[in-house]
Design a protein around this ligand. Structure first.
Ligand SMILES: Nc1ncnc2c1ncn2[C@@H]1O[C@H](COP(=O)(O)OP(=O)(O)OP(=O)(O)O)[C@@H](O)[C@H]1O
Length: 258
């Protein structure tokens, strides 16, 4: 069994709110190979974030189980790190370098010198070495997301969980960060689960793309993306894949005005 292999087995997640039960995920089963860049597409409210939070261990599944490298997930751990959509995920009172260093310290990884060196190394990876002494409020949205990515990667997780991390960025910055993420993935081959609403983003990034149904979320189909890299809109086969994913998402029926 590969150490980064992820198994989602028959996972159901129901929330109970004021005696009303909301089934967010319904018997979801799939596997992700080590080193996959696995994108998940699905309509709003279908349970994508819930699935990611269950994998992160922030939520307990109602039924089924999640295994990372054969070990059941029952709580958060440094083997699964998360990058969120919002720009406010950094600690505002800590510098950029301290933000990347902080989870290493909390998880007691290495000596203070080793932690500082590792944080600096990952800041360099995302091109922010010269901003190491800045505070989050002095950074652009794209720079904040780069720090969040460096911070998540510095823990050298088995699985990097990314919940629409580029959704709040302008189109140009989003394209730049997509390219940087692919570069990091090609260099280190971490297992990444990347949630997006954006079909184009899923095709550009994903080595596999899973499409979820509307709530209660199930996996409708998993597509292996064999388009070459770098891939872009207009790349041979891009449009056909876009059409297939669009049809699977059934956006016309879910959101008539979209
Ligand atoms: N803590 C919670 N308590 C109760 N219901 C919740 C909770 N979190 C999510 N839900 C419900 O579970 C369902 C799935 O939510 P989730 O956030 O996972 O969807 P999503 O696919 O990530 O949505 P979006 O794409 O809009 O972010 C929704 O109906 C939501 O209202």
């Amino acid at each position: 069994m590969a150490v980064n292999h992820l198994e989602i087995k028959n996972v159901t997640k129901a929330y109970v709110n004021r005696q009303q039960q909301i089934v967010a995920l319904d018997k979801v089963s799939f596997e992700i190979d080590e080193g996959e860049l696995f994108c998940i597409l699905g309509p709003s409210g279908c349970g994508k974030s819930t699935l990611l939070r269950c994998i992160a261990g922030f939520e307990q599944v109602t039924e089924g189980e999640i295994l990372v490298g054969g070990r059941p997930v029952d709580k958060p751990g440094p083997d699964r790190t998360m990058v969120f959509q919002g720009f406010d995920q950094l600690l505002p009172w800590k510098t950029v370098l301290e933000n990347v260093e902080y989870p290493l310290k909390v998880n007691k990884l290495g000596s203070p010198t080793e932690r500082r060196e590792r944080a600096a190394e990952f800041l360099e990876l995302v091109g922010l070495s010269e901003f190491k002494d800045n505070y989050p409020h002095q950074l652009s949205g794209g720079m904040k997301q780069r720090v969040a990515i460096a911070r998540a990667l510095a823990l050298k997780p088995k699985v990097l969980l990314m919940d629409e991390p580029f959704a709040s960025l302008d189109a140009q910055t989003r394209t730049v960060l997509q390219t940087e993420l692919i570069g990091i993935w090609e260099k280190f081959r971490p297992t990444i689960i990347f949630i997006t609403h954006n079909i184009q983003e899923a095709i550009i990034l994903g080595s596999k793309i899973a499409v979820m149904s509307k709530r209660p979320g199930t996996i409708k189909k998993i597509i292996t993306n064999q388009l070459g890299r770098p891939r872009f809109v207009g790349y041979p086969g891009f449009d056909e894949m876009w059409q297939e994913l669009h049809a699977l998402l059934d956006y016309n029926r879910i959101m008539p005005s979209a």
